[in-house]
Write a protein that binds this ligand. Structure first.
Ligand code: COA
Length: 239
């Protein structure tokens, strides 16, 4: 795998209430407990589907059996696959979408459902350069532009792995005719790509290498659940 792979799955009706317990049985106890604690069913669905999509990719790419997959998190909460420096991944979920990127280098991804926002938030969170670029847009375009910048910024802090411990106004993302670039931030260079998966969402990916696929691979949520169960039944699962 030379360049990062980007996957997107729309939840739709899957995983549904009747398949959740079956799927959970093949996850380690801490993950079962975390998903079981969600009061909101959609949160449980999003987190479970993301877990399954990542596990399917690990099984398919590295040949590791589901039972042998071990994750850990860095001190800022970014999950990584233990004992595999070559499988870097990151996930994001919002509304009906679960998205995920994996590659050989540091990667981050963010999807956000576009919704009404108070544009003055941008003055608080964005750098002065980003804020003036946002305000230079026609008012009717500002919400979409806000989400472009928001997801790009989040994809960066997620690629670095430090999350929001990086002050969001400490670096600027500039979207120009010749591409997307960053000013400020740390000494390492990062690169960006945006994908259109749904008119109501913005999806941004950040990578330490300037190589991106032309478009995300669209996954079918039901197929992912079915192939995960099939793989687990061939093994013995966690039970
Ligand atoms: C990780 C973070 C940066 C993104 O969270 P988010 O946008 O709410 O959620 P996403 O769905 O995009 O990503 C969540 C996933 O990121 C991963 N993640 C968690 N910590 C991470 C970190 N430090 N670095 C990278 N990835 C991380 C996890 O896999 C998590 O999935 P899970 O919840 O199923 O375990 C989080 O720290 C956060 O709180 N964001 C707040 C958003 C905000 O205020 N943005 C303002 C921008 S203008």
């Amino acid at each position: 795998m030379e360049m990062p792979a980007v996957y997107a799955a729309r939840i739709g009706s899957q995983p549904d209430r009747s398949s959740i317990d079956r799927l959970l049985a093949y996850l380690p106890p801490d993950k079962q407990a975390r998903i079981g604690r969600f009061r909101n069913f959609a949160d449980a669905q999003r987190t479970l589907l993301a877990e399954i999509v990542v596990r399917n990719a690990i099984v398919g790419t590295t040949g590791t059996d589901n039972r042998s997959i071990r994750f850990d998190t860095n001190c800022y909460g970014k999950p990584y696959l233990k004992n595999s420096e070559y499988f870097n991944f990151n996930i994001s979920h919002s509304g009906e979408w679960v998205v995920f990127v994996f590659g050989h280098c540091a990667v981050g991804i963010d999807v956000e459902q576009i919704g009404p926002i108070d544009i003055s938030l941008a003055e608080r969170y964005f750098s002065p350069l980003e804020y003036s670029s946002l305000m230079s847009h026609d008012p009717s375009d500002r919400i979409a532009c806000f989400y472009d910048l928001w997801t790009l910024k989040e994809s960066y802090v997620k690629a670095v792995g430090k999350g929001l411990s990086i002050p969001l106004d400490a670096f600027a993302i500039l979207i120009g005719r010749d591409g997307i670039r960053m000013e400020g931030g740390g000494p390492e260079r990062y690169f960006f790509r945006q994908y259109g998966i749904d008119a109501g969402y913005r999806l941004s990916v950040c990578s330490a290498k300037d190589e991106f696929p032309a478009c995300p691979v669209l996954l079918n949520a039901e197929d992912e659940c079915v192939s995960f169960i099939r793989h687990c039944q061939e093994g013995t699962g966690y039970g």
